[in-house]
Structure formats: C-alpha cells, structure tokens
Design a protein around this ligand. Structure first.
Ligand SMILES: Cc1cc2nc3c(=O)[nH]c(=O)nc-3n(C[C@H](O)[C@H](O)[C@H](O)COP(=O)(O)OP(=O)(O)OC[C@H]3O[C@@H](n4cnc5c(N)ncnc54)[C@H](O)[C@@H]3O)c2cc1C
Length: 307
C-alpha cells in the first residue's frame, strides 16, 4: 500500500520526477492539481473557476532555485503572467515563494526581484508571498516588513502567510494586525520539530481557530486557507455572530481539492479563491497533494481510466 511517507519520499526523488515527466499517465494524473504546463493552458481552467464565482491565485511551480538562469526564467514568467491576467481579464492574483526569486542565493536579490514584481503588479494585481519551511520564516517576514516600511501603500497589494502550527505565529499575527497587513492563515505544510511547532492535528486546529478569530476581528481582509470543514464552519459562525460581513474576508482552497465544497462556499456568497499552480515542474507538488490524501491517487486513476 502506498503510504503518506512513501509518497512524500517519492516527491523528492529526482529520477522518479524525470520518469514521471515523460509518462503521459502521470502527467494526466497531475492535471487534477495543476491548471496547465504553459501560460496558454491556464486560461480556460481559470476562466471556468471565475465563471463559477471563484477568484484564483496563480503560482508558477518551482522552489529552492539556486541558478541565476532558473530565477530569471521565474521572474520573466511572472511578468508574462501579469500581462496574461490583464489581457484575458482574469480575476486572479499571484502567489510566489521567495526561494523561487533567489532567497537561497541572496535575500537582497529576492527582495529586489519581489519589489520589481510588485511595481509591475500595481495597482490591480495582488501578490502573496507563500510561507516556506521554518528556516525561512524570519527572513520572509523581514523582507515583507522592510518593503512595507518603505512603501506603506503596498499594504493592500502585497501579503504574507502565517502557519498555525508554529508557536511563534500568535505573536506574528499581532504584529501583522498592528501593521494592517494582509495575511493568509494556513495550518502549515512542512515537517517542523516539536520544539517550534504543534504536532497533534487537534492542537494545530485549536491554534488555527484562535488566530483565525483574531484575524476576523482585527485583520485586513484575511484569507482563511483550509479544507477543514470544522474550521470553515467555525469561521462562518464566528463571522455571523460578530457581524463581520462576507466581503471582509475570503476562504482559500487548492485547485482540485474538495471541489464540491469550493462550489458550495461560492454559492453561499462567500469570497473564495483557488490556489492554482501551473508549470512543468508539477511532480513534487502533485506528490505532496497525493500524500495528504493517498486515496486521491485511486480516484484520479479511476477518472483517467473512465475517460
Ligand atoms: C490556498 C492555500 C494556500 C496555502 N499556502 C501555504 C503556504 O504558503 N505555506 C504552507 O506551509 N502551507 C500552505 N498551505 C497548505 C496548508 O498549510 C496545509 O498543509 C493544507 O491546506 C492541508 O491542511 P487543511 O487545513 O486543508 O486541513 P487537513 O486537516 O489537511 O484537511 C482537512 C480535510 O480536507 C481534506 N483534504 C486535505 N487535503 C486534501 C487533498 N489533497 N485531497 C482531498 N482532500 C483533502 C482532508 O481529507 C480532510 O478531510 C496552503 C493551503 C491552501 C489551501
């Protein structure tokens, strides 16, 4: 049986990636979680989500880049993506990782690349800095704070992500609320040690709930990123009880994950944004999604066979 651990190990295996990228079955399987490999391919799926009442945040796959050439390609792709969003009038923002903009090479370089992208994105395209493993938390927040300090008017154009599994997040949320910064709250996707992070699902959920309530009460249009029905229902109830209108926050979910729930939330009149990755580096991302719920592998295979 394919276990979560095995799938996560497979996600990091370069030879398997090379094999999978040449294999059409694997590529079709990835399509459940990836909108396309090229910019042209993403237009139709994004438009379909928009027509179903959902906005989108687009992420060009690729992380931990260490070559200047790959990084340049990344920046150029984001510039092309912004042109595409405008040309096709897509209701879409951008999510990116600082390691894909050169953070591992030089934090200053990543900051410069980010500032350049935000300048081009203004005034109509929002950019969210995804949060990576704990080795990057402080640097990522430092870069965000430095930019906000220089350009407070970017507050509504650039946002960050806070992970509920980290003990430090409660203090980070208070600082971000004070700065009126835009925050996406998620549980956290990386393996972190007990010295810095909650480990038990119930503890992570309890901290998410606490931080979510703070953001709903005091935050600047928080984004609640989760597929956890218990948390989604708690958010709706809390907002209702505190007269927080539906336009003051949004839910966020991943492309291809719990689609009926996504549609239901949109139909109920809540704002919902779908994190939509694209690009040819789809293998590790797809494997991580399958690892979250190995049963998806069989559902995806069945749907391919039925076609
Ligand atoms: C929009 C968005 C942006 C994110 N950005 C970041 C980020 O910047 N940094 C970061 O560390 N993490 C990020 N994450 C990932 C996040 O931290 C979690 O790892 C991930 O969302 C799983 O947690 P959950 O809250 O959905 O709850 P879980 O407890 O994992 O899941 C709740 C329910 O959803 C179902 N579910 C979960 N995943 C799947 C799946 N793949 N297929 C089918 N059902 C599934 C489960 O079966 C379960 O019933 C992001 C998540 C989202 C949705």
């Amino acid at each position: 049986m394919l276990t979560r651990t095995l799938l996560l190990q497979m996600a990091q295996n370069r030879s398997l990636e090379t094999f999978a990228r040449k294999n059409s079955l694997a590529a079709r399987l990835a399509r459940r979680f990836i909108a396309g490999e090229t910019l042209e391919e993403i237009v139709t799926p994004v438009r379909m989500l928009n027509q179903a009442g959902m906005t989108v945040t687009l992420n060009y796959l690729g992380e931990s880049l260490t070559s200047a050439k790959d990084m340049e390609r990344m920046v150029i792709t984001y510039l092309d993506l912004m042109s595409l969003i405008r040309r096709e009038q897509l209701k879409a923002s951008i999510s990116l990782k600082l390691t894909s903009l050169g953070l591992d090479m030089d934090p200053k370089l990543a900051q410069q690349n980010l500032e350049h992208l935000v300048e081009v994105a203004l005034p109509d395209i929002f950019i969210r800095i995804d949060m990576e493993g704990s080795a990057y938390t402080q640097t990522t927040l430092d870069i965000f704070y430095t930019i906000l300090k220089k350009r407070p008017e970017y507050r509504n154009h650039l946002g960050v992500v806070i992970q509920a599994y980290l003990y430090r997040s409660e203090a980070d949320i208070e600082e971000l609320i004070r700065l009126k910064a835009r925050v996406r709250l998620c549980k956290g996707a990386y393996k972190e040690p007990p010295s810095i992070a909650f480990q038990k699902p119930d503890d992570i959920r309890a901290n998410y709930l606490k931080l979510m309530q703070r953001l709903l009460l005091e935050g600047n249009y928080p984004a609640l990123a989760t597929h956890d029905l218990q948390l989604i229902n708690a958010a709706k109830l809390f907002a209702n009880e505190h007269n927080i209108s539906k336009d003051r926050f949004e839910f966020q979910m991943l492309y291809g994950v719990r689609r009926p729930l996504q549609q239901q939330i949109a139909k109920e009149g809540y704002n919902i944004r779908i994190y939509t990755p694209f690009g040819d580096h789809w293998y590790p991302y797809t494997m991580r999604r399958l690892a979250e719920r190995p049963a998806n592998l069989w559902f995806a295979l069945q749907s391919i066979v039925r076609k």
